[in-house]
Write a protein that binds this ligand. Sequence first.
Ligand SMILES: CC(C)(COP(=O)(O)OP(=O)(O)OC[C@H]1O[C@@H](n2cnc3c(N)ncnc32)[C@H](O)[C@@H]1OP(=O)(O)O)[C@@H](O)C(=O)NCCC(=O)NCCS
Length: 146
Amino acid sequence: MDIMIKQPKTDKEFQDYYELRWRVLRQPHGQPRGSERDDLEELSIHLMAYYEGKIPAAVGRAHLNSAYEAQIRFMAVDPHYQNAGIGSSLLAGLEKRIKTSGARYIVLNARETAAGFYIKNGYTRDGEAGTLFGNIRHIRMRKYLI
Ligand SMILES: CC(C)(COP(=O)(O)OP(=O)(O)OC[C@H]1O[C@@H](n2cnc3c(N)ncnc32)[C@H](O)[C@@H]1OP(=O)(O)O)[C@@H](O)C(=O)NCCC(=O)NCCS
């Protein structure tokens, strides 16, 4: 598949980025626009995958919780492009950038339904992580960077 991964930079790229995040992670649960963001956006690394150089296909974000601990949030692949390796490529891109920041490990709260994706990518279960919107159970996961 013709996929290009890059950091969004322009206003239009960020607009597409948050739109895809909202459409995949929030809209299906009846959550309003704006609910797809938190207060760490300006301090985070954002990555976006484009299909054929222009169609937004996937997004993901990383931030540092401390000098050693990074956290990945808001991984979302457009349903048309799921199960084609794009999520894994985007995750690898985030991990590469996290490594250069000096962090030693990554944590994330995976939707129970997505835990298998993270396990395939080298993450291990680290306990329960609460429930979102009343019914989406999350699992704390972790991966040490070598
Ligand atoms: C979960 C998600 C990010 C995975 O991205 P993707 O591009 O579809 O995944 P990939 O094609 O890179 O999959 C890599 C491997 O993980 C597996 N996998 C993908 N999604 C999976 C899932 N939900 N459960 C179990 N395994 C999964 C794939 O089968 C593949 O295995 P293989 O290497 O043996 O073929 C994406 O499907 C998605 O955005 N889902 C909806 C939103 C969501 O749940 N986001 C995560 C919130 S924590």
